[in-house]
Design a protein around this ligand. Structure first.
Ligand code: F6P
Length: 360
């Protein structure tokens, strides 16, 4: 019988999911294996199963298409994250349900494409005895075990484009513009986009800020004849001794929904400097649309390597970009701890060397 791989996408979507699905299915086809997509995350493996055959024709156009043709879920029976870095153990019945679903669909191995939450579930399934390999996805780039997750570069491109646009309107009106970007508890998007987009101030979750420091930068620019300032703030950034700014109510057993820090910063800056200030929240635009060329190449390499892992029977491993090449690590080494920006690392140092304020 032909080997059949099941592909499942979990957690929040991001650009490149379809490109990974395509790469896995193409690499599997080279070995004359079949692939089947699981619809709606792991729940698609529970009775009644929901799946999509991924034959050659189903793959057309997937390299560039945003979102995921399989659907995804960051809530429901398989949600693992319960708060800042906390996760829960899956009940045994769910693992048994997945195993039964795989048998019913004739699947001998799973490729799980996801971030910290979905890969935490993948690790638990591996410990249960389900053959699974992981592919690291998230715009936040906060997974250990890989230099870059796919989707991150596309989010940075979106945020950088927004900064380019905000520059022209800020300059025309002599305003301070505050752009809020995603990233949860990690400041990678804010830092990369801030440097790439020529921001004057970049506020990160890893470096608590003070308003005195932000306003000093704005005044320094005024003194030099620059009457506008661009601030990038990560959604997880916070004032020294302050808490995270959240939007909406906290749902039970779910991660806090961050958001709203740009409006807080804008109102404080306006009050303290007297300069007209506007806030802009980029939100889910960062998760939509076509992946960048870098992400397309990364997704293709990740997908091909995932199939190699299946071929070698290396289950419980996650593909990653380590050093100069695509490689793999134990999923357990990648999840349960966030890869955050090292405050003294080379990128924060680059920002400081260029005179960008990090708000501290
Ligand atoms: O983890 C990806 C991410 O986009 C975060 O950057 C953001 O905080 C969160 O997901 C938003 O989640 P949701 O789409 O559920 O609001």
């Amino acid at each position: 019988m032909k080997k059949r791989i099941g592909i499942v996408t979990g957690g929040g979507d991001c650009p490149g999911l379809n490109a990974v699905i395509r790469a896995v299915a193409k690499a599997a086809a080279q070995r004359e294996w079949e692939c089947v997509g699981i619809l709606g995350g792991y729940e698609g493996l529970l009775e009644p199963t929901h799946s999509l055959p991924l034959d050659y024709h189903a793959l057309s156009g997937l390299l560039t298409r945003g979102g995921t043709i399989l659907g995804t879920a960051n809530r429901g029976k398989f949600a693992s994250k319960t708060g800042h870095g906390d996760s829960r153990q899956l009940p045994t019945e769910l693992c048994e349900g997945v195993q039964a679903g795989m048998e019913r669909l004739g699947i001998s191995a799973l490729v799980s494409i996801g971030g910290d939450g979905s890969l935490t579930i993948a690790q638990q399934m591996h410990e249960f005895g389900i053959p699974v390999v992981g592919v690291p996805k998230t715009i936040d780039n906060d997974l250990e075990g890989t230099l870059f997750t796919f989707g991150f570069d596309s989010a940075v491109a979106c945020a950088t484009d927004a900064l380019d646009r905000l520059h022209t309107t800020a300059e025309s009106h002599n305003r301070v513009m505050v752009l809020e970007v995603m990233g949860r508890y990690a400041g990678w998007i804010a830092l990369f986009a801030g440097i790439a987009g020529g921001a004057d101030v970049i506020l990160l979750p890893e470096i608590p800020f003070t308003y005195d420091s932000i306003c000093a930068k704005i005044r320094e620019r005024e003194d030099r004849g620059k009457h506008f300032t661009i601030i990038v703030v990560a959604e997880g950034a916070r004032e020294k001794d302050g808490g995270f700014v959240t939007s909406g109510g906290q749902e039970a057993n779910r991660e806090a929904r961050l958001g709203g820090i740009a409006a807080v910063v804008a109102s404080q800056v306006e009050k303290r400097t007297g300069k007209e200030t506007r806030a802009c929240v980029l939100g889910h635009l960062q998760r939509g649309g076509s992946p960048t060329p870098f992400d397309r190449a990364l997704c293709s390499s990740f997908g091909a390597h995932a199939v190699e892992l299946v071929a070698e029977g290396k289950f419980g491993r996650m593909v990653g970009w380590l050093g100069t090449q695509i490689s793999d690590v134990n999923i357990s080494e990648a999840v349960g701890r966030l890869k955050t920006v090292p405050p003294d690392g080379s990128l924060p140092s680059t920002a400081r060397a260029l005179g960008i304020s990090l708000g501290d």
